[in-house]
Design a protein around this ligand. Structure first.
Ligand code: NAD
Length: 439
């Protein structure tokens, strides 16, 4: 065994004992840890900005927006944790005259893996729920964002004793070694393909799991929608972080008579937001995380074009910036690779419909997405779409925004994820609800 391996096994042993201490920790003790985490993240915010620029060319605002939800999670725990932790009296029927309660208890040792596209927020946000619920954690930041990984490790080492939270930096070999441990719970954010590997590994020890995965998010534009606002919004959100966002809109369904105008507005928005003097602007276009992913995204366009798709705009990469031009494709055939793979790049596939049932049938036949977006001015239309589809979450007349509501659970469904978090939902996800009957 090498040094990392030795340390991993040593820390796991210590945490496996210490989880019994954390299980009975008070709300005050947990909050003390969370406030320390918040303070250290706040004091390192400039380093967060630098690390996210180095790994993904995020601008300062985008980078700081990775810290904000962490503070929000801590503040919510500060206000609510003792309520969340209070056991609920339960109806003891049929044992009338006896007492029953449901008590949330920590799961134990949690393994936490994060993705590279929001490598800071999606490491520390789940960590807040893990700590609030009284767990220990073994944390692996994402190796494809090395500057953030190093910074995250420094922060964790400064805030936590390793019996509570220990960080291990590394790639797939390390991930596999961690997955071999008889862990209590795995919290994984990443791709559906690796999600299956995680689920298989969890099965070996019957660990519980939270899988926060991705997918292809559909958009339905109704005839009553404000076309200008809908198209401009969809265009802007498609190219955040150069399209590397799990919630980005991807397959857009537009009434056929509106499609031409819709695409013209999208194209105009791309130009206005992401180009200067006809050239991709490095300040507003994120960097594709690595060469493999750059080639992967470019490959989707080349493959679709070869199979008959029409590229309306974009379609090329800028190797110097390692960005893909915001792209619109139409007539994408079913056998194009992009039809079955999550793009994770700035490509909008436009489909047209005469009757909206064509769009609904297509969406019903695909794996359930992480998000669905509906643009309409008709409440009956949105209710009808909601009743005939499934997705992790929905925003009507905008994109992504439902993730920012702290009082709602965030997660996918089936192929886009299992379980959910944020606020009380994160606390519950990282707790076991224990039923206790006193006789
Ligand atoms: P990924 O699945 O490639 O990697 C995530 C983690 O798994 C990393 O820590 C990595 O080291 C580990 N890993 C990778 N391959 C492995 C293997 N073969 N065996 C064991 N572990 C392995 O995901 P990613 O590329 O970092 O992130 C992009 C994906 O994450 C996209 O699918 C995106 O939609 C999804 N995502 C989801 C959310 C969400 O909240 N639902 C948020 C962001 C990203």
């Amino acid at each position: 065994m090498n040094q990392v391996s030795d340390r991993l096994h040593h820390v796991f042993k210590i945490q496996s004992q210490h989880k019994w201490v954390n299980k009975v920790s008070t709300a005050e003790q947990r909050i003390e840890k969370l406030l320390k985490l918040k303070a250290v993240v706040q004091s390192r915010e400039d380093d967060v900005v630098q690390a996210l620029h180095a790994d993904l060319r995020k601008d300062a605002e985008g980078a700081r927006s990775e810290a904000t939800p962490i503070y929000g999670e801590v503040d919510q725990a500060l206000a609510e944790l003792s309520n969340w932790m209070t056991p609920i009296e339960a109806d003891p029927t049929p044992f009338i005259g006896n007492r029953a309660k449901i008590m949330p208890e920590s799961r134990g040792v949690v393994l936490l893996f994060s993705p590279w596209n929001y490598p800071f927020a999606l490491l520390f946000q789940p960590l807040v729920s893990i700590i609030a619920a009284g767990n220990c954690a073994l944390v692996k930041p994402n190796e494809l964002a090395p500057h953030v990984s190093k910074l995250a490790a420094e922060i964790i080492n400064e805030v936590f004793d390793e019996k509570d939270v220990a960080v291990f930096e590394g790639g797939i070999d390390l991930a596999n070694e961690m997955l071999d441990l008889p862990i209590d719970h795995i919290f994984f954010t990443g791709s559906p393909a690796v999600g299956k590997i995680i689920m298989t590994a969890a099965a070996k020890h019957l660990a519980s799991i939270t899988l926060e995965l991705g997918g292809k998010n559909p958009v339905i534009v109704d005839r009553t929608a404000d076309l200008q606002t809908s198209a401009a919004t969809i265009a802007a959100f498609r190219n955040i972080n150069n399209g590397q966002v799990c919630l980005c809109p991807e397959n857009v369904w537009v009434p056929e008579e509106m499609a031409e105008e819709f695409m013209a507005i999208v194209q105009g928005t791309f130009q206005a937001m992401f180009y200067t003097d006809g050239k991709l602007n490095p300040d507003t276009n994120g960097k594709i995380i690595d060469e493999r992913n750059y080639q992967r995204v470019k490959g989707y366009i080349d493959d679709a074009r070869e199979k008959g798709a029409t590229v309306i705009c974009g379609g090329e990469g800028d190797p110097e910036l390692r960005s893909i031009h915001p792209t619109i494709m139409t007539n994408v055939p079913e056998n194009a690779t992009i039809m079955s793979e999550e793009t994770f790049g700035p490509i909008l596939n436009i489909f047209t419909y005469k009757e909206v049932d064509e769009a609904i049938t297509h969406i019903q036949q695909q794996p359930k997405p992480l998000a669905l977006y509906i643009f309409t001015n008709d409440d009956d239309f949105s209710e009808m779409i909601l009743s005939k589809t499934s997705s992790g979450g929905v925003t009507v007349n905008n994109c992504l925004m439902h993730v920012a509501v702290p009082g709602m659970p965030f997660g996918g469904v089936n192929s886009s994820g299992i379980g959910a978090y944020h606020g009380i939902y994160g606390f519950k996800e990282l707790s076991h609800q224990r039923s206790i009957l006193f006789m």
